[in-house]
Design a protein around this ligand. Sequence first.
Ligand SMILES: [Zn+2]
Length: 380
Amino acid sequence: MTLSNAPRIDAQEILAGIKEWVEVESPSTDGAAVNRLVDKVAVQLAQIGARVERVPGRDGFGDHIRARSPWGGDGPGIVVLGHLDTVWPNGTLRRRPVTVEGDKVFGPGIYDMKSGDHIAFYAYRHLVRQGRETKLPVTFLFVSEEEVGSPTSRALIEETARNAKYVLVMEPGRPGGAVVTSRKAVGRFDLRVRGVSAHAGAAHENGRSAVAELARQILALEAMTDYARGITVNVGVASGGTPGFANVVPDQAAAEIDFRAPDLASSDEMVRRISGLAPLGKDVSVEVSGGINRPPFEKHEGVTRLYEHAKRCAEELGQELPEVSTGGGSDGNFTAALGVPTLDGLGAVGAGAHAEHEHILVSSLEPRVRLMVKLFETLE
Ligand SMILES: [Zn+2]
């Protein structure tokens, strides 16, 4: 019998590490909570020799971590991109603690995307523990507010990506282990409608209802959805009038709009159409603000080459690595749009991002770590 102290890649050990990160709640909008996880992850990265830089958060958001391998110099290398925030408010964990049911592990933020972050960390640590180095320097970039559109980290992501040869995004893996090679553009708009208030009983005819105008605008917006072209428009939030006062013809109403479009031409077109909304009723005004929040992540040549390389790595490991395109945006949109070869969806396989049934599959952890180790070692 041979005994060895060489580190193993062990699903239960990976899971224990993921659980530790999930059990520090980190809703995007609570910077102090996110920073408790940032503290933990920064210490763990420093413990394995990474040079950790902590970029202070702004506007109430948490800090961002940029950590670089001690080898490889300052030249362009591999950037591992992830976010440490989740969509789940504090207290979710009490209601929905981490639980294992067969191959599934449930928990808030486990799939999107603490397991992905940890998979990259574990793979890197696996190399460090054996005294192995990668050909290219490795930089971890973990941001604190991706789930609200990365308002304070976008510049940092783009600056880091400009000095990268490859960006590996650890967002959730897709069914069958698929990775993501394209994502739609994301646009966000606020619509404000003004009308004329009046007594709903005594002078109804003098009023110009902002709520009625908003209703007309919503129908016009939703009608812009064109599944055949991959364009969707969603009015996700609507409000108007003064709660409790149905007896007033309302003079104000507002809505928040989200659109998705597959490429630059169609997203520019949607910006023009939504920005150009005009009043549909009489004596009302509409005001639109907003624009593209994330540029399209198109499958350009750099993306194709990186995906083909990853696919070969997977095949050598006896894994399949299908690819998908998705309407969901990620920070990978920013890096791919700069022309940097970007591969997304390298995290654990599972389901239920942003949903109560969010979970990962334990059986995907070891294969995903092995794939990351191979990518780290072969990218040059
Ligand atoms: Zn995510």
